[in-house]
Design a protein around this ligand. Sequence first.
Ligand code: HSE
Length: 458
Amino acid sequence: MSQPLRVGVAGLGTVGAALIAQVARQREQLAARCGRSIEIVAVCARSRVKNRGVDLKAMKWFSDPVALARAPDIDVFVELIGGAGDPAKSAVAAALDAGKSVVTANKALLAKHGVKLAALAEKRHVALNFEAAVGGAIPIVKTLREGLAGNAIDRIYGILNGTCNYILTRMEQDKMAFAECLKEAQRLGYAEADPTFDIEGHDTAQKLSILASLAFGSKVDQRAIYVEGISSIAPADLAAADELGYRVKLLGVAVKTPIGIEQRVHPTMVRKDSAIAQVMGVTNAVTVDADGINPLTLVGPGAGGTATASAVLSDIGDVARTQVGYTRLAHDRLQNSGKPEFCVRTEPFGRPTARLTSVRKAPMQRHAGGYYIRLQARDKPGTAATIAKRLAQQDISLESIVQRHAKDGSGPAPKIGSVPVILITYATSEDAVRKALAAVGRDRVISGRPQVIRIEKN
Ligand code: HSE
C-alpha cells in the first residue's frame, strides 16, 4: 500500500471534532477504499485545553493556521476555521501556494475568493475541494461537477440552510414561536455563530453562488444574488399556505432566463405535494432541472458536525486516491520528465478558471412567477375594489382571493376595522407586483407592510 496521506486540520469546532472521530472510526474502510491510509497528523485551534471529546494526543499542535498550512510534513490542509477573511483566507492561500491540496467547508471564503483560490490551485496543480461548503452531507458539488458534466442545466434550487428549514418546520408543525425555534437550532449546533446570517438568507446566498458557478460555468458572484430572509414570516403565512395547498421554504434558486441568470434567495411557496415540500427539519435538498433528467433531487442532512464531516472526509478521500503527497511525490515519483505525475482535480469549479464567464445577471424586477400577498385591509366598502383595480392596472390576474373574518383566530391580532386579505396571483412580474402594492399603499386602504411571498413552480 502507498504512503499514508498526512492531513492537517485547522479548526476544531463541531465539524473538526466530528472529522477526527470519523477518521478514527472508518480507518480500515478508508484505507481499503483509497488504497492508502488517511492520518490526521497535525491540528490547529484557538484553545489547546478545551475538551472536544476526541483524542488529539498523537497529533502535532499548531497555534498558527498559516504555519500548519505550510508545514512540510502534511500533504493536505483541511480548513474548518470559517469566515471569508483571515486567518482562513491566508491559510488556504498559503497551503495552495506551498503545493498542498486543500479541503474546505468554508462557503464564505469560496463565495468571496473562490475564483482566485481556484486559479491558484490550478497553477500549483493541487486540489481545492469544497463538497462540505454546500448542503452538508449531500454530494451536490460532485454531482454538478462530475455527475452532470454532460447535461445542460436550466435551473437549480434548494433548501440550503438547515437552520431556516428547522425553524419553518417547527413553526408549522409545533406552532412554536420563531425565536424559540431559533434558540433550539442554535442549541443543536445548526446555526452560524451569528444566526442572522442564517435567517436573513446570507448563508443560503453564499451556497447558491457556489452552486450557480458549478451549474452555469460562471464566476462565483454573491453580489449577483437577490436576498430576503425568513424573519418576516408569520404563523399566519404558514397557516394560509397550508390552507391553499402550499408550504413555505427558504429557497435558493438559480435559473437561466433569456436575459441572464436569475439568482435569488427568499421565502418561497412550494406546492405541498412537491418533493421539496416534503423536506423537513434540518434536512437540505437540491433539485436540478437539466436536459433529459428533469428533475433530479438530492436530499440529506445539511448541517451539524457529522453531516459536514462526512463531506469533508469524502473530499480528503478524493485527494488520497488521486494525489501522492507533493513532497513525497517530488522524492518518489518525479521521474525523467521532471513533471509531476499525479492526477489531481485542478479545476475546482468544473472547468478551467479562465473559462468561467462573468455572470449576466437577470434583474429581480424582471422575475416572473406567481405571488402570495397578504394585506391587512381596511374593513370598509370599496377596499376590495380598490385593491382589485390596482392589480388590474398592472395586468395582474388573481387565482384566488380570501378575506378572513377579523376574528377567525388564524391571522395576526386584528386591528380595529381591518381584516386580513390573502391573494394568490397567476404568473406576473416582480415589477408589476411592487407597483400595484405601492399604489394600494398610497390609496390608504391597508395598514402595515404587505407580506409578499413568491411561488416557485415545481
Ligand atoms: N448554518 C448552516 C445551516 C450550517 O443552518 O445550514 C451549514 O452550513
